[in-house]
Design a protein around this ligand. Structure first.
Ligand SMILES: [Zn+2]
Length: 431
């Protein structure tokens, strides 16, 4: 098995421990040892980490790999599947280039885009992060994603010619659709449980999807060994998600004391991704596609305020937050997901180190579940890591600068290496 030694780096292991200077040895696809100070270990490839910061690879917690520079719902539907698959593959590479060694799929614009790209990445045919493939959005009549109208009623089950999702009504239709998503290879089943500011007839605080529909989806997904995610902005949709046994709750702006208590009680089995980047960038980088007065009329400032309150409270209650979410729009481009680290500090009161743990350790747990073998730099963990030229704990924005990510490793394989850093064991530069 081939070995790689990274020497004399500032190691951030994402366990909550302080950083230390030391060596890390990779054998095959796992971390063989981590030592404070020089290890004296031999390896096929030695990478000089002096003055560099070594951290686990990051996880995008709400990935839409099939979205790229979009501005509206129509953009999600328009691309033919052939072009759309290439676009999705390009986005997967972009994420890995930016230090995201994992992508936890929310939803994709077509049912098998995430599946196909995941399969190609896993086969080693194209570069990309570890991917848990998202399904299509599953919504209900009148819910987020239902673009049909009475004069244009297309949009029955699995006809997403008019909608960026599948519209179901009732538990039996949900059963069928979730089974289809599982059959087609999706890892994560996505439900639109609450409304959304993009859909004026179902605002963010409304809850179009019933508990019975959600419960059915969770039951079917679990029977296939899949995970479930909910778009849940309203109190009722969040409470339903916890009760039904959903694994990942997205957004979660509106809460009350009872809801916060429920989330805290479930904190060892659920993950929460606030996706603050979307609203922050809509408000501050939305022009010219989203004029500021439109963003304000949509109520985005109030949603940001609600998000700050809820997720600051959830941070204090020990919820496992993930970063990322809803990148892929013109105002929030793919590859800029690390912006969320700064937003977690700004809006939720995380320290930079805690924000990094959300991006790494929590992401690894969501990706691999109870195996718990991803997301920290400890002996026996899967070897996903990033070597950074600079210290993100002093300035988190450097993680958005591709040139500062001097080495990116996924599953023990080097995706990127600044060649000034590497020597073979014999002391020769690796070509
Ligand atoms: Zn989303």
């Amino acid at each position: 098995m081939s070995t790689t030694l990274i020497t004399n780096a500032t190691i951030f292991d994402a366990t909550g421990a302080d950083t230390f200077t030391g060596d890390l040895l990779v054998e095959g696809n796992t971390i063989k040892s981590v030592s404070k100070g020089a290890s004296g270990a031999q390896a096929d490839v030695v990478i000089d980490g002096s003055g560099k910061f070594l951290m686990p690879g990051m996880t995008e917690g709400h990935a839409h790999l099939s979205f790229d520079s979009f501005t509206c719902t129509e953009d999600l539907i328009k691309p033919p599947p052939e072009e759309h698959a290439f676009l999705t593959a390009r986005v997967a590479k972009k994420l890995l280039d930016m230090g995201f060694t994992s992508a936890y799929g929310a939803s994709e614009a077509k049912l098998r885009l995430g599946v196909a790209v995941r399969n190609e990445v896993d086969a080693g045919n194209i570069p990309g992060p570890r991917i848990r493939a998202g399904s299509l959005e599953i919504s209900v009549t009148g819910g987020m994603g239902d673009e049909a109208r009475i004069h244009n009623p297309r949009s029955p089950i699995l006809d997403n010619g008019t909608s960026p999702g599948i519209i179901i009504d009732g538990p039996e239709e949900m059963r069928k659709v979730v089974r289809i998503c599982c059959r087609e290879g999706c890892d994560n089943i996505k439900m639109d449980a609450s409304g959304d500011p993009f859909y004026p007839n179902t605002p963010a605080f409304s809850t179009p999807m019933s508990y019975e529909e959600m419960e059915m989806a969770v039951k079917v997904a679990k029977s296939f060994g899949k995970m479930t995610n909910t778009h849940a902005r309203s109190i009722e949709s969040i409470q339903n998600s916890v009760k039904a046994g959903v694994d990942m709750i997205y957004h979660a702006e509106y809460t009350d004391e009872e809801t916060l208590d429920m989330l805290e009680e479930a904190k060892d089995r659920i993950f929460v991704a606030p996706t603050i980047g979307l609203f922050h960038t809509m408000l501050h980088q939305g022009e010219p596609w989203l004029p500021k007065f439109v963003v304000e009329a949509m109520g985005i400032p109030a949603l940001i305020e609600a998000s700050s309150e809820t997720h600051t409270a959830l941070r204090k209650r020990g919820i496992r937050h993930l970063i990322g979410g809803d990148y892929g729009f013109k105002w929030a481009e793919q590859g800029t997901q690390a912006l969320d680290l700064q937003l977690f500090v700004k809006y939720y009161g995380y320290t930079p180190a805690e924000a990094l743990i959300c991006a790494t350790r929590n992401g690894g747990l969501a990706m691999r579940g109870p195996q718990g073998d991803l997301g920290t730099l400890k002996e026996g963990m899967l070897a996903d890591m990033v070597l950074v030229d600079g210290n993100p704990l002093d300035d988190l924005s450097i993680l958005m600068d591709e040139s500062k990510l001097v080495m990116i490793m996924k599953d023990g394989g080097v995706h990127k290496l600044n060649d000034a850093l590497s020597t073979s064991a014999a002391g020769q530069k690796v070509a």
